[in-house]
Design a protein around this ligand. Structure first.
Ligand code: DPP
Ligand code: ZN
Length: 844
């Protein structure tokens, strides 16, 4: 595999003026006819005419109507072309039905669909498949499918053809085609300037009843983007299609978003509250890409964070506005710590804007997306909301229609605010999670915070410079009142101190409020201090974080010394969860505790070798301790938060269910699942059904319910995914691998469906103590299945290799076992470039 470097960027030698495509659909022999108008690009020096193309059978090619015999290779086509505008034509044949990689044009349950980001269009026809080549597309689809869709606005159509015109120049990665037996859930939206847009969600017959929620989310997103960013939709139609076999969550193709069905189909009976919230966020995310991604796209794939970081930031803002902002922030930080921190602290660490790659599909990562969004959040904090929106207005005005870069992005902020962002730019180029250490000093009536930052070495980056850190700080009085409201301290040096004058009593600082920078904070506060902040902090995030810190410390002490769960933590937590003035969703988050994987990372960070079984026992012990300490409180909490009446997925109701179900999970540790069984028997929605089932499995009473659940839902692929995942996720450590292996033999296990594969193996990797069980069975099982999947679907295989990314944390025996499995995969004959790059980086 070849490595591509950011610094090697050069523009393409030609401009594409217009693209005309005709598809003659056939499962194994689809013909794609292209007519592409090229002009010499005055800004390019290299006029080599090379078009990407992979797995294509070339039938004929012509330039200006004259047949040519181009030079073909595995990667594409080269030809001699005139030094003047010309039309290139080609006819190729492809086989969607045998395309198991789910990249390019493929079939999913009899339906044709496409996935072209990042480099899938080259599997459809010969084309300069790079995001900086943008052109308007005309598409004609010929076939006998009842519904045939592409990007843009609909044109002529007949019984056996449909035509589509997309007037907005776009890169090939945003091309889409869908054809099949589909039904529409329709609606419409009138834009701020009064244009009516026809909206449709297309699904397989039988799924019509699962579209209403997604449609509402789409309309809310369209309105929100007008109100908050001044961005209107720009075509006559907006189509969404649900597809069962899809590598990603969803794809923002211009005017024709394609969704993994798990990320759009929703009904109270089959979807949990968590599913509903996620669907709303993903619909918003893909819709927001219409401006941040499509109208303004990326110059090259190194700039992926330009559209992804910004669009994740925008969808987080949207969710905060639609639901609870503190709950969203806490959830985002939980997710960042679970997915991005381990990546940034291990062998796969890379900058938000990577500088080289072999396979771009391997860089659709938590770092590019979620850390990319954190970087934008910091920028906004540093310049303030008002300047942020002025900078965004300038960005849209200046770069509409462009394929832009991070330099362009930062320049609009510099031009708007007059700030120099050259040091801030390190957030895009420097990998690794900064550690922020803080020391307090109080003298006279002056309180000083001394900060020190450092970022440990990461692959390819031994030395780091200090980063710009916006540190949100507030000060409290010992009586719990806030004496200094939140302010942003802007740290730019390796060591820096900030003073607060005129404080007659020593204040208690609340540092990094709202998680104002994605760092690991090292603040040697005692337990009492944390308990104080848990009781009094006016910043909802830091109040939660204080509880989290107490929980972490309690768990670490249990692991290292066998100490009992911390009574101060349990007392403080009790006061919070019984406080009815607090949002139930927030209280439910308070009842949660750090994941076992997070604890393993924390122990490793402190120079200890994490023992997964000891961590598992400590985590279970803390749950038991909560169940005992809150025994008097839980039944009331459970009863009071039942939500009567018909199910509604709104944030309020979901929050109450979350709290009731958190209570249920603790209750069932003492009543052996009696309450959970009662809930299972009467459950009227998936949230209640699934949490009851989890509590039953946890109490060792799940077998009967699991059987009933399967019988009830065996016709519903998405629900059966939950059935697969739950069993592996909740299996006892010593049984986890065996449970997963048994499930792979189930007739419903289908490795070619990414959702099903992830249901089993994502859950296997997520069951920390089970995955790392000392016999190594789970390592072997995962490796075996990755080797089976790689020839079929390299993208999903490569993604799942991340299960091994934390391997250096563990003891020598586990490391040996994991290394053996990684080497076994690496040695596989014909291993894909995707997987080979991932294994190489993990082993390096
Ligand atoms: N479809 C993926 C996303 O929206 C990649 N663009 O993030
Ligand atoms: Zn995206």
């Amino acid at each position: 595999p070849q490595t591509v470097y950011l610094e090697d960027y050069t523009p393409f030698g030609f401009i594409v003026e217009a693209v005309d495509l005709t598809f003659r659909l056939h499962p194994t022999a689809t013909r794609v006819l292209s007519r592409i108008r090229f002009l010499p690009n005055p800004e390019a020096s290299d006029r080599t005419f090379f078009l990407h193309g992979e797995d294509l059978r070339l039938i004929r090619a012509a330039i200006d109507g004259r047949e040519i015999t181009p030079e073909l290779s595995e990667a594409g086509l080269r030809a001699d072309v005139p030094d003047a505008p010309f039309t290139f034509e080609a006819e190729v044949e492809i086989s969607p039905a045998t395309n198991t990689a789910l990249e390019g044009l493929y079939m999913s349950s009899g339906m044709y669909c496409t996935q072209c980001e990042a480099e899938g269009f080259r599997k459809i026809t010969y084309y300069p498949d790079r995001p900086d080549v943008m052109a308007p597309f005309e598409v004609r689809i010929e076939g006998d499918q009842p519904v045939m869709l592409s990007n843009g606005n609909p044109g002529a159509r007949g019984a056996d053809f449909a035509e589509w015109t997309d007037p907005w120049p776009k890169p090939a990665y945003l091309f889409a085609l869908v054809a099949g037996d589909l039904v529409a859930h329709r609606d419409s939206f009138t834009t701020a300037s009064g244009r009516k847009v026809d909206l449709a969600i297309w699904v397989r017959p039988g799924d019509e009843g699962k579209c209403a929620f997604g449609m509402e989310a789409l309309k809310k997103s369209m309105r929100w983007d007008e109100e908050v960013y001044g961005r209107e939709y720009d075509l006559d139609v907006f189509n969404i299609v649900a597809v069962d076999d899809f590598n990603m969550g969803a794809m923002e193709n211009k005017g024709l978003n394609i969704f993994n069905s798990s990320c759009v189909l929703a009904s109270p009976e089959t979807s949990t509250d968590g599913n509903f919230e996620r669907i709303e966020a993903i619909i918003a995310h893909e819709y927001f890409h219409n401006w941040t991604g499509n109208r303004i796209t990326c110059r090259d794939w190194f700039q992926l964070c330009l559209k992804e970081g910004l669009t994740v930031h925008r969808d987080s803002e949207f969710t905060s506005d639609m639901r609870s902002a503190p709950v969203k922030r806490i959830s985002d930080v939980i997710d960042l710590r679970a997915r991005q921190f381990p990546e940034d602290q291990g062998p796969l660490s890379h900058p938000v804007r990577p500088e080289s790659f072999q396979e771009i599909n391997n860089f659709y990562t938590a770092t590019v997306y979620e850390k990319g969004a954190e970087v934008i959040g910091m920028l906004k904090r540093l310049v303030d909301d008002d300047a942020y929106h002025r900078a965004l207005d300038l960005y849209f005005e200046r770069h509409d229609g462009d394929a832009a870069t991070i330099e362009d992005w930062l320049k609009v902020f510099e031009d708007t605010t007059g700030r120099d962002l050259s040091q801030f730019k390190r957030w895009y180029s420097q990998s690794g999670t900064p550690r922020l250490h803080v020391r307090e000093e109080y003298e006279g009536d002056t309180f000083t915070l001394h900060f020190r930052q450092e970022t440990p070495p990461t692959p390819g980056q031994p030395d780091k410079g200090p980063q710009v850190l916006p540190i949100a700080v507030g000060l409290l009085n010992p009586n719990g009142d806030e004496v200094t409201p939140t302010q942003i301290l802007e740290m730019t040096q390796a060591e820096q101190s900030f003073t607060f004058e005129g404080l007659r009593v020593r204040p208690i600082p609340s540092i990094l409020r709202g998680f104002s920078a994605p760092v690991m904070l090292d603040h040697a506060e005692g337990k009492d201090r944390r308990a104080f902040l848990l009781a009094h902090d006016s910043d909802a995030f830091n109040r939660w974080e204080a509880g989290r810190e107490l929980a972490r410390e309690s768990l670490v002490q249990t692991v290292l010394t066998g100490a009992a769960s911390d009574a101060a933590y349990l007392d403080g937590l009790k006061a919070v969860i019984r406080d009815e003035s607090l949002d139930p969703a927030y209280r439910a988050l308070m009842l949660g505790q750090p994941t076992q994987s997070e604890l393993a990372g924390l122990l490793y960070e402190r120079g200890e070798t994490p023992d997964p079984e000891a961590i598992h026992d400590a985590a279970e012990g803390l749950r038991d301790a909560k169940a005992a300490a809150f025994a008097g409180l839980l039944p009331g909490l459970y009863e009071d938060n039942q939500v009567p009446g018909p199910y509604s997925p709104d944030a309020q109701s979901a929050g109450r269910r979350a709290l009731a179900n958190a209570a249920l999970s603790l209750l069932s540790r003492r009543d052996h699942g009696a309450q959970a069984q009662a809930q299972y028997d009467r459950a009227g929605n998936m949230t209640e059904q699934l949490s009851a089932l989890s509590a039953l499995i946890d109490a060792g009473k799940g077998d009967l319910a699991l059987g009933r659940f399967y019988d009830q839902w065996q016709g519903d692929r998405l629900v059966i995914d939950k059935w697969f995942a739950l069993q592996v996720m909740l299996a006892a450590p010593e049984e986890t691998a065996a449970v997963a292996e048994r499930l792979t033999q189930h007739p419903d296990f289908d490795m070619t469906n990414p959702n099903r594969f992830r249901a089993v193996f994502g859950a296997l990797a997520g069951n920390h103590a089970g995955f790392h069980y000392r016999d190594g069975a789970a390592y072997r099982l995962l490796a075996e299945w990755l080797m089976k999947l790689d020839p079929l679907n390299p993208q999903t295989t490569a993604r799942m290799c991340t299960a091994f990314q934390t391997w250096k944390r563990y003891d020598a025996d586990r490391q040996d076992m994991i290394r053996a499995q990684l080497e076994r995969i690496a040695a596989l004959d014909g291993l894909s470039g995707d997987t080979s790059e991932m294994i190489g980086r993990i082993l390096a």
